[in-house]
Design a protein. Sequence first.
Length: 274
Amino acid sequence: MAITAAEVNKLRQQTGAGMMDCKKALEESNGDFEAAVDFLRKKGAKVAANRADRDAKEGVVLAKTSSDNKTAVVISVNCETDFVAKNAEFIQFAETVAGIALDKKPTTIDELKALSYNSEITVGDKFMEQVGKIGEKIDIGYYQLITAEQVVGYIHPGNRLAVGIGFSKKVTDEVAKNIAMQAAAMAPVAIDKDDVDQEMINRELDIARETTRAEGKAEDMVEKIAQGKLNKFYKESTLLNQEFFIDNKQTVRQYLQSVDKDLTISAYKRYSLA
């Protein structure tokens, strides 16, 4: 049967697929619009399977905050090339997915993919459509939900790094921005030393012991020196114990206490594309 330009354009508007792909999908489906949509999704699935071993290391990293400033999401929508990552349509797609996550508050990537993208397809299906349209591996590389008395999201220029911070109390925009920029610039691994993963602590101690022995230090001094290096790691790599980037004479903890003696950070997520 003859496929009209209007039908092709309608399918293109809904799926975002190329004109020729939409024409072929309608031809293969004998003009059945829903079957044509399924055809494009299956094409995306085939492309995804063929590119499963590819690295999707580029993409868009976003942080979005709810209107009441009590919820934030940090998400990375990944692709294979910088060319796609900088495409306006791809960035808008990532923004839409982030908006759905913020609205529905899923706790995992799988839960997010199961949500409705629109009245017709799920977020996961939309990813398959994008794979078929663009021809690259596209997926959610990172997702975290943050809730707190007040949250702030920060996106570093270029959309390759984003931060979400939760505070125990309401803070001014200036304080929120200062802490978010601190986290973005200084890349802490945790909020405080008690939040550091035990595996990371063990690794830092093992490295400290090896380097101390390599320096020729006496064996009875190795453990003491290793603990000292671990404390230095805590100071440099945990948010509350880092030197405050605006005033290095005080720590981030001391800065917050100067604002409000009971103010602290209750949640922290940071993600950066390598």
